[in-house]
Design a protein around this ligand. Structure first.
Ligand code: AMP
Length: 404
């Protein structure tokens, strides 16, 4: 796979870069510019080589099946124009913005670009065909590109026109397609969690979060690679019920009980479940909080976090690890009463010396940042969905494979 660093002789060439500028924003104000900052090394590399840089990204969701009024409202809310001044400040140079995703205005702006100039195109999802990888749309966008760089890891698991269609066409035309710095780093770190080497064992995975059904494929895949899987969060209660324990009013997916039972049995001791829980009498506005003595939860109580014995158990397992992959919080970490389990996992991982430690994005990445552990991990992924899919599919993602 070609990298942006290896992309040479691009002076004066139009390089389309798929970035992830899906920033959190409200009323036209960007709340967190991390994603824009993350794309800077690739953009600067291309500017330095004299390329004419055209940036494309999605922002939020546009439901094209809604009425024209609702679509117009969604487009107004997710107008990419807010990102141009932010990027311009960070880059220290002007960033042109094109409010259109096709047509004469876009083509004129692209063709008027000077070497080293940057143009940001309107939200790719303004186009109905983007998410369907519409061939006509991909052809249109590819028509003005002399090359393509993929630097949107968070979108690499989607085969959309901007993530798949454009590079597919350019590659067939013999034009260069490459990965940017951000994607290169993500792929190399996550590949290590997939192609496990002896020196990275024991390999411990920690899974949490809400639903077993969302994580079936990842559990199955990790079971083939890991030495231990520690399961916490709400999904642990489906396993607990499947093994015959009482779970009170804790979240449970009854249609996954059989899967959970079989999966636990087949793992032959490699799946480690909570042995106690911190529970409350309601999800919100609770009036009592208890810690159970064992894995049974009394009637009327709901498991909200792993308990102290589980923290000790999980910490001891993590201590033995040479490599850790973590996805999903251990409890409802958004409520201060139930942060302990998730913080303890952060702490245990942070205390490892010489181990390779990866947080797979999403809510666990938010928790890692919120509790101040980001710099203690070898890698915190920027793509929750993409990193999980990469683990599930043995290192393959459509938006990466198309570049090979
Ligand atoms: P996921 O997107 O599957 O990683 O789930 C993350 C969400 O799971 C977070 O919003 C957590 O609050 C939630 N969660 C974790 N543990 C529990 C629990 N015991 N009960 C309810 N929600 C939980």
């Amino acid at each position: 796979m070609l990298t942006v660093k290896e992309l040479n002789n691009i002076e004066g060439k139009v390089i389309v870069v798929r970035v992830d500028f899906n920033v959190p924003h409200k009323n036209g104000v960007i709340n967190d510019d991390n994603r824009v900052v993350a794309a800077l090394p690739t953009i600067k590399e291309l500017i330095g080589k004299g390329a004419r840089v055209v940036l494309m990204s999605h922002l939020g969701k546009i439901k094209h099946k809604e009425t024209p009024e609702v679509i117009a409202e969604q487009k107004k809310k997710n107008d990419m124009a807010i990102v141009a001044p932010c990027l311009s400040n960070l880059l220290g140079q002007e960033v042109l913005f094109c409010s259109e995703t096709r047509g004469e205005k876009l083509l004129d702006m692209v063709h008027s670009l000077k070497n080293g100039q940057v143009l940001l195109m309107q939200n790719t999802r303004y186009e109905k065909g983007e998410e369907k990888n519409d061939p006509e749309l991909a052809k249109l966008w590819a028509s003005f590109a002399d090359g393509y760089v993929m630097d949107a890891f968070g979108s690499a698991h989607r085969a959309h026109a901007s993530t798949y269609g454009i590079p597919e066409i350019l590659k067939a035309e013999g034009k260069p397609v490459a990965v940017g710095y951000l994607v290169e780093k993500e792929v190399s770190n996550l590949t290590r969690c997939v192609d496990v080497k002896d020196e990275d064992r024991p390999y411990v995975a920690i899974l949490g979060g809400l639903k077993v059904s969302d994580k079936i494929k990842v559990i199955d895949s990790l079971l083939k690679k890991c030495d231990k899987i520690l399961i916490g969060g709400a999904m642990a209660y489906t396993f607990s019920k499947a093994l015959g324990h009482t779970i009170g009013t804790s979240p449970c997916e009854d249609d996954q009980l059989e899967y959970a039972r079989k999966c636990y049995e087949d793992a032959k001791g490699r799946i480690v479940l909570p042995v106690d829980s911190k529970c409350s009498d309601a999800f919100e506005n609770w009036t009592s909080v208890i810690t159970t003595m064992d894995c049974n939860i009394p009637e009327g109580m709901e498991g909200m976090d792993i308990g102290p014995k589980t923290i000790e158990l999980f910490t001891n397992e993590i201590k033995k690890a040479k490599m850790v992959f973590w996805n999903g919080p251990m409890g409802v970490f958004e409520q201060s009463e139930f942060t302990k389990g998730t913080i303890a996992v952060c702490e245990a991982i942070a205390s490892l010396k010489g181990a390779f430690t990866v947080c797979g994005g999403g809510d666990s990445a938010s928790a890692v940042k919120q509790f101040g552990y980001k710099d203690k991990f070898s890698h915190v992924s920027t793509g929750g969905g993409a990193s999980l899919e990469m683990i599930e599919n043995d290192g393959h993602l459509p938006g990466i494979d198309v570049l090979k």
